[in-house]
Design a protein around this ligand. Structure first.
Ligand code: ZN
Ligand code: ZN
Length: 435
């Protein structure tokens, strides 16, 4: 038997129970012994009964652990013979793995192209479709595509070539399962947007993006001035994912400067109405502000001040991009208010059923671009891992001033911790199922 955290309908009912250990039921399955499982803001949607779930479920979708059993699809010739993901040939019992929060087969069109969260076999861990990871053991379907093998990953050379992932804290690796890739996704969707490319390349629209070689390329209206090329980006929502978005944004911009050998001008406005979250963001920024040449300006602020700064810093134009990391209409309304015409809003918050707070005229009148939706975590692992390895100062610790994770607790604490988390009385919490 194993210990699990189980939710019962209709709401607010969390129990710790003993149930049978899962076993391989499909040849593509792996069984993972869970080392750590996260408690996440999106677990609260089910906890509060907002998802119309009418049966009990084993909770949790953020999982790291160790492979203890594999189905018969896993054998040395599987990848070469059947053109399957490499892991079907290489994954071994004892390997340390991280799972994204959804199943990704690695073989369908959406997986091949990197939109892994829309895999045709997608199922969310900790939902009625699939038991979750707040447990001692979890079954991973399509494991050769879903899992990411951490065993052979090495830390960056700055820490010495012999450093292995064993020197990176487990609690930080857990962040790969969801929140760090999601934050990085919000940032990279904005940075890679064609409307932002114009700013980064310094060529007026429509010449700055990917389509090259217009005959009239040299007949743009006017040369861009330095002030046209200052990127102003706001991040709305500074919970754990929002902090990951800010750290990722600064990392990606610094890397861009390094790789292109140019100095970018950018300013970042980090927004949250809650003071405790702003204090955390300030502490994190203090720990990492040496990234690259860094932004020209960085401000952690409340909603009203954010409106003022986004106007004052841009001669009234507004932000080039806004990363919305909350998932409600007041956050989206703020994002719309502070984004400039031809700006970009990337939204990774989990939105529910209420209609969006815009109409056709409001989006037409601002030429605003929206990117909504779930992060393709499996595809984002390499970028997120790079950020994780370089930023152990923020992601490595537990319960410190600048760390993202508040504490690590036992599964037995689940009923109490869910209640505290729901009431905003604790930050990011991880379960160690062996405590
Ligand atoms: Zn999560
Ligand atoms: Zn797929």
């Amino acid at each position: 038997m194993q210990r699990v955290v189980r939710w019962y309908p209709p709401a607010y009912d969390i129990r710790v129970e003993d149930v049978p250990i899962p076993s391989v039921v499909d040849p593509d399955d792996a069984i993972v012994k869970v080392h750590l499982a996260g408690l996440c803001g999106s677990d609260l949607h089910i906890y509060r009964g907002h998802e119309d779930v009418d049966r009990d479920i084993i909770c949790g979708h953020e999982i790291i652990g160790e492979v203890i059993a594999l189905g018969t699809s896993f054998n040395p010739s599987a990848a070469a013979r059947a053109g399957r993901p490499e892991l079907y040939s290489t994954l071994k019992i004892g390997d340390k793995v991280v799972s994204p929060f959804t199943v990704s087969c690695g073989e369908c069109h959406f997986c091949r192209i990197g939109f892994t969260c829309r895999c045709v076999h997608s199922r969310l861990f900790g939902s009625p479709a699939l038991s979750g990871g707040q447990a001692q053991y979890v079954r991973i379907p399509k494991a050769g595509g879903t899992l990411f093998n951490l065993t052979s990953i090495h830390a960056p050379p700055s820490n010495g070539p012999q450093d292995s992932l064993s020197k990176v804290s487990d609690s930080s690796i857990l962040l790969l399962a969801d929140i760090l890739p999601t934050g990085a996704f919000a940032a990279i969707q904005a940075i890679q947007h064609p409307k932002i490319a114009t700013i980064l390349t310094g060529k007026a629209y429509p010449f700055g993006a990917v389509v090259p070689g217009f005959v009239t390329d040299d007949q743009t209206l006017a040369q861009l001035q330095p002030k046209d090329r200052t990127l102003t980006i706001a991040v709305v929502g500074l919970g754990p994912v929002g902090v990951c978005a800010v750290v990722s944004l600064l990392h990606i911009l610094a890397e861009l400067e390094d790789s292109k050998g140019v100095e970018l001008a950018y300013q970042v406005i980090a927004v949250d109405p809650l003071e405790t979250r702003r204090v955390k963001m300030e502490a994190v920024y203090k720990a990492i502000h040496t990234v690259g040449t860094g932004p020209q300006r960085f401000l952690v602020t409340s909603i009203d001040e954010a409106k003022k700064a986004s106007s004052d810093w841009t001669d009234g134009a507004g932000c080039n991009a806004v990363l919305e990391v909350v998932g409600n209409n007041s956050a989206l309304t703020l994002a719309y208010d502070i984004v400039r015409p031809f700006g970009v809003i990337t939204s990774v918050g989990v939105h529910q059923e209420p209609p969006l707070p815009f109409n056709g005229r409001s989006v037409y009148d601002k030429n605003v671009s929206f990117d909504f939706g779930r992060c393709p975590v499996r595809a984002m692992f390499p970028l997120a891992l790079e950020i994780l390895l370089k930023r152990q100062d923020v992601f490595g610790g537990v319960g410190e001033e600048a760390s993202l994770i508040d504490r690590v607790v036992s599964l037995n604490d689940a009923p109490d911790i869910y209640e505290q988390f729901d009431k905003g009385k604790c930050g990011k919490v991880l379960f160690n199922p062996w405590l």
